[in-house]
Write a protein that binds this ligand. Structure first.
Ligand SMILES: O=C(O)C(=O)C[C@]1(C(=O)O)C=C[C@@H](O)C=C1
Length: 426
């Protein structure tokens, strides 16, 4: 099993061809590279088999084909909850001259073909990569992020990536249609890396899912809890089980790894008899481990919130509860925060989340006072989620006001709230 990594597809798993398309106007671009794969299925919203990323890559003979654009309402892919803005949904790729033509078929001299006119079928939703949405997540099969991808898009093909950054890039490079990434956990707090990446990349939040996270302590069959010298897992999982772990195996050191299921796989592959992993029951099954303890999160209300990202925003609506995520900064730093928050308070708009991260471009603001010296204020980017749709006038007015108080403002997305009934990780 190999997760998509920075060397994929541009490194050792380089695909043998890309399919390119040229838009009616503008330059040609890579829209897809095709790998042979045994993708993960989500028959009931949960992944069932492992994706198998191979270096081999199908070469499309596109001489007589037209392909549809991938971005379209998620239902067309057999599930999903976001509707990508049709205004950006170029439905057909009409000029495929850049695709290598299969030379085995070319006994006759090549006659230049005039471009074919668009037909009504070119405009109907038919993804060029088959009928399933491809969803990038960080981790390997059995990770909670894979389960979140299955909850967000029930029939999707889940694409494992070894880093969050790679999941962003997979969508940007059209290798995946969506990315599903954790942003916060009810016990462990924010996943800061993803807040920073949301700002660095140009993807749009098109949805959210909240996943109850039920952790197990996994080890090779026959391992005894009192012989454990090490527990390995994702830092979030370690922090969500901190107190329980201290009670269960106080002698064991804790070590952070990239993801929970990756920790389980690592134990199995290296036959580690003194090490346990915190991961899902599904990871135990996938990697042949035994469940030493079940439900080891410190509180049953252990929920991780994931956001779904796409290249295009969705059209905000008012017929169901929506949330909007923004990020802003100001030259005068935290002094404007109160004014910004009042723009929402005056309109009865509830905030559901506020987060601050270092302002990487300008981390410190110096304020000189000849009498007392120089004050050094840290600068921040503020992230806010509020409960309103951008289609609502009160939200538009609030943002117009926020813009007056800020030197930088970006809407990360306006998207349906996850309203699934509450079920803690029992
Ligand atoms: O390691 C995994 O299984 C993940 O999907 C990552 C992650 C996270 O980043 O928070 C997701 C959910 C859990 O909170 C623990 C870990």
């Amino acid at each position: 099993m190999q997760a998509l990594s920075p060397s994929t597809p541009t490194g050792n798993l380089r695909p043998t061809s890309y399919v390119r398309t040229r838009r009616p106007s503008g330059p040609s671009r890579i829209v897809r590279c095709i790998y042979r794969s045994d993708p993960v299925h989500f028959p009931n919203g949960i992944g069932a088999s492992r994706a198998d990323w191979q270096s081999s890559c199908a070469i499309l003979n596109a001489s007589n084909k037209t392909f549809s654009h991938q971005d379209q309402p998620a239902e067309a892919h057999g599930g999903g909850s976001d509707h990508v803005a049709a205004v950006n949904g170029h439905k057909a790729a009409i000029d495929l001259k850049l695709v290598p033509i299969d030379s085995s078929n070319s006994s006759a001299p090549a006659v230049p073909q005039p471009p074919k006119p668009l037909t009504i079928t070119d405009l109907s939703p038919a993804p060029m990569h088959g009928s399933r949405l491809r969803v990038a997540y960080q981790g390997v099969p059995g990770a909670y992020s894979e389960a979140a991808a299955g909850k967000a898009y029930p029939n999707c093909e889940a694409i494992p990536c070894d880093q969050f950054e790679v999941a962003f890039q997979a969508v940007e490079l059209w290798i995946a249609d969506r990315a599903v990434l954790p942003v916060e956990n009810s016990l462990g707090g924010s996943i800061h890396r993803n807040y920073d990446l949301l700002l660095r990349h140009r993807l749009h939040i098109v949805g959210e899912v909240q996943l109850p996270v039920h952790h197990c302590l996994l080890a090779l069959p026959g391992t005894r809890m009192d012989y454990l010298s090490r527990v390995i897992s994702h830092p979030q999982a370690l922090s969500q089980c901190e107190h329980t772990l201290t009670k269960l195996c106080p002698q064991a050191a804790r070590e952070a790894v990239d993801d929970t299921a990756g920790a389980a796989e690592y134990i199995a592959v290296n036959n580690l008899r003194d090490t346990a992993a915190i991961a899902s029951a599904r990871a135990a099954k996938l990697y042949g481990l035994q469940v030493l303890a079940d439900g080891i999160q410190d509180d049953s209300s252990n929920v991780t919130r994931f956001v779904m990202l796409a290249r295009e925003p969705i059209i905000p609506r008012t017929d169901r509860p929506f949330k909007t995520s923004i990020v802003f900064a100001h030259d005068q730093g935290t002094s404007v925060l109160f004014k910004v928050l009042s723009a929402f308070a005056f309109r009865n708009i509830s905030l559901t989340k506020i987060e601050s991260r270092p302002h990487r471009n300008r981390p410190i603001r110096l304020v000189d006072d000849a009498n007392v010296g120089t004050a050094k204020h840290f600068e921040y980017m503020f992230y806010i989620d509020f409960e309103a749709s951008l289609a609502e006038v009160r939200a538009q007015n609030a943002l117009a006001e926020v813009q007056e108080f800020t030197s930088f403002l970006r809407v990360l997305g306006s998207y349906p709230m996850d309203m699934t009934p509450w079920s803690p990780s029992a």
